[in-house]
Design a protein around this ligand. Sequence first.
Ligand code: SF4
Length: 68
Amino acid sequence: MRRPEVDLSHCVDCDGCVALCPEVFARNEAGYIEVLECGEYPEALVDEAIMMCPSDCICWVEDEEPTS
Ligand code: SF4
């Protein structure tokens, strides 16, 4: 499964991703954006967040899966 990842070194704290998709993106107690655990990530919403992020710091990453 793939999951979204946020490159915090480029995040400008606009909160756009949190407003758009609060079930996936949240601001944690330390003040940083974090990706919440979801059974299945809503692809269309995450894609939209990726497109609207002003610093292009959200991307999809593949979860590590055991190789057979
Ligand atoms: S939309 Fe991008 S820049 Fe804005 S808070 Fe989310 S990750 Fe950071």
